[in-house]
Write a protein that binds this ligand. Structure first.
Ligand SMILES: Cc1cc2nc3c(=O)[nH]c(=O)nc-3n(C[C@H](O)[C@H](O)[C@H](O)COP(=O)(O)O)c2cc1C
Length: 362
């Protein structure tokens, strides 16, 4: 048996991974980012959050959320849930259909629906229940044909709780069988705005016996190395910035002396605002091409639905582009994917610049 947990965190693994994000962390984005991975490097790949109430009855692969390419490995899908049977059936089914390398449990989702059903971030309010959810997942994983780790993604504690309480919470999850923890240190009230509190990652890492992935505010290669040196995190997770700058994988690898991505052996990773602006244009056209290929042509989703998915992608990351508002209106006024391709290609005929950093508001 290959120890997946170790290989994700050993010296040969890439220090960065993509965050699970509804509407964004699907096969097309994973595929775009994979193409920028240094050769010979592994990392963890998420899915969008998948609801364990739905997975047991859903036909996997028929929606963009559940579409996985045959070449995808190191997949650690994220599930939302709190019921033993649903979690069991979901994990067994995901393992039958995908090449699973782990399961991540969402304990950070702050939307009303999650609070109502007592999953997502509300599990952080009940340590015993949260630990039993991990146990349900571990028990399900133990019935599979291979051993896979269970991880948990959490938010920061607010002023009502101390960091020691957070450490206690994590110890209970580790005792229940969690193999690593991802901490997004913004509180539920902050949602995804405001600064994330890296001190919480540092504190947790100094106390935890299992690996800690730090998340929040990672926009540049400098941020990746700064988070690691300031917090000692075992790995760094980036969400929104990796949608805008998927070559962050390459930039980080280049600084570490890793091999260039396949097909780009003799190039340097884009660095200047103009180089990054041009790369963004090429990346967006590829994103549109792949979304049409997989989601419209292969699994027959409606063109309109996929157009909206592409628009959401640009809505999330246009803030890194100097003329991002113009790009958004070009994308939003396109009525078909064909028209979108033409309009985007025309937009990037002019030189475009990309910002290193932006205020994260979405
Ligand atoms: C559109 C969107 C959807 C998200 N959906 C999820 C989700 O399904 N599960 C989850 O654990 N976090 C979700 N998040 C939070 C991200 O995983 C991440 O923790 C957060 O964006 C902070 O990282 P960043 O500052 O690098 O973007 C979502 C974030 C965004 C922007």
């Amino acid at each position: 048996m290959r120890d997946v947990t170790t290989s994700f965190f050993d010296k040969k693994a890439h220090p960065l991974c993509l965050a699970p994000m509804v509407g964004l962390s699907h096969a097309v984005l994973r595929s775009i980012i994979r193409d920028y991975m240094p050769q010979g490097c592994e990392t963890i790949w998420p899915t969008e959050m998948l609801n364990s109430r739905r997975i047991p009855t859903e036909i996997l692969g028929k929606t963009s959320e559940t579409f996985v390419l045959p070449v995808e490995n190191n997949l650690v899908p994220q599930i939302l849930g709190n019921q033993k049977q649903e979690i069991f059936e979901s994990i067994v089914k995901l393992n039958q259909h995908w090449n699973l390398s782990g399961i991540d449990i969402n304990m950070g989702c702050p939307v009303q629906k999650a609070l109502k059903h007592n999953y997502g971030v509300s599990l952080m309010g009940d340590v015993n229940y949260a630990a039993s959810v991990v146990k349900y997942a571990v028990e399900a994983a133990n019935t599979l044909d291979k051993s896979i780790p269970i991880s948990v993604k959490l938010r920061a504690v607010g002023s009502d709780k101390s960091l020691d309480e957070l450490c206690f919470f994590i110890d209970q999850l580790a005792d229940a069988g969690a193999s690593w923890i991802t901490l997004h240190p913004r509180t539920a009230e902050q949602k995804r705005r405001g600064q994330s509190d890296w001190n919480q990652i540092k504190y947790l890492k100094s106390r935890s016996l299992i690996p800690i992935i730090g998340n929040g505010d990672i926009q540049t290669a400098d941020d990746v190395f700064t988070m690691i040196s300031e917090t000692n995190a075992d790995k760094v997770m980036s969400g929104r910035a990796l949608t805008a700058r998927p070559w962050l994988m390459w930039q980080v690898g280049e600084r570490m002396g890793l091999k260039n991505p396949v097909g780009r052996e003799n190039e340097k990773a884009p660095q200047t605002p103009i180089e990054e602006g041009a790369e963004y244009g090429r990346m967006l056209l590829k994103f549109i091409y792949l979304a049409e290929k997989y989601y419209v042509n292969e699994i027959k989703q409606s063109e309109n639905l996929i157009l909206r998915k592409i628009q959401f992608f640009v809505k999330t990351n246009h803030v890194w582009m100097q003329f991002g508002n113009e790009l958004t209106s070009v994308v939003n006024r396109s009525k078909t994917i064909q028209e979108l391709k033409i309009n985007v290609a025309r937009f990037f005929e002019a030189e475009q610049a990309m910002f290193q950093r932006t205020e994260l508001r979405q």
